[in-house]
Ligand binder design. Sequence first.
Ligand code: CUA
Length: 181
Amino acid sequence: MSAILPPSQRVWWKQPLDRVELLWIVIALVWCLIMFFMMPYWHLYGQQNLANEAYREKPENYARKAEEVIAKYKVREEGGDLKVPVVHPPAGSDVYLIAQLWRWYPILELEAGKSYRVHLMSMDWLHGFSLQPENINIQVHPGYDHVVTLTPTAPGTYSIFCNEYCGINHHTMASKLYVVK
Ligand code: CUA
């Protein structure tokens, strides 16, 4: 029997199951079940699984909360004339990252080993939060405050890219995240 030519007997589903075919069906089923049970397993024991919450929110309210945190915990400015504030919030606090055409605002500076509630929201349309090289990817929607409880493990300078195409300057929508000791 060939996989390319039509079956010699037109009513092929009445033929008995071949042993090899049965073997592959069993292998595929077992693999499906392994992958299925890996999902809760990785959520409990994986190092990169995010505990998410999401709330409806108006952009103006979200921007106001972000500005409050920036005003309180700004430590310096970066980006030359752009003057992007760098925010160093206390451990355990709520920190806000604004996604908008075409920037991330502000720059966050977090401490390794401390937990933060990092909020993400778009001010206009869909963006994608991509933290590299950790490869953590989260869709950032307008109208939804997406909260991730995050504990950075290693100090360093991480990159944030937008990984949802959001228009002509999508490729310039990049920023940094500092993790300090
Ligand atoms: Cu924002 Cu692409």
